[in-house]
Design a protein around this ligand. Structure first.
Ligand code: FES
Length: 81
């Protein structure tokens, strides 16, 4: 199903990008912008963003695995010290 009509991005494209990003970096925060970039596209009208995000959140690999969460938090706070 087409999710982003401006860029002809399907739900399958989004799931593949989320799975790829999680496999490449298990602790990464996955955002809509990162998915657009992974697909070589940019958001244009933004009308798809609610459905785009819903599609991302339905992916099993969207959530950071529990064992990676401490590492992400430590990495985010290292710059503050
Ligand atoms: S429908 Fe996705 S940017 Fe316009």
């Amino acid at each position: 199903m087409i999710i982003c009509h401006c860029n002809a991005i399907t739900d399958r494209d989004i799931r593949a990008a989320v799975d790829w990003m999680r496999a490449a970096d298990p602790g990464t925060l996955i955002t809509t912008g990162k998915v657009f970039r992974a697909l070589g596209r940019r958001s244009q009208c933004g009308g798809c963003l609610p459905l785009f995000l819903d599609t991302m959140q339905q992916c099993d690999s969207f959530v950071i695995p529990m064992h990676e969460r401490g590492e992400t938090r430590r990495a985010a706070t290292q710059g503050e010290e």
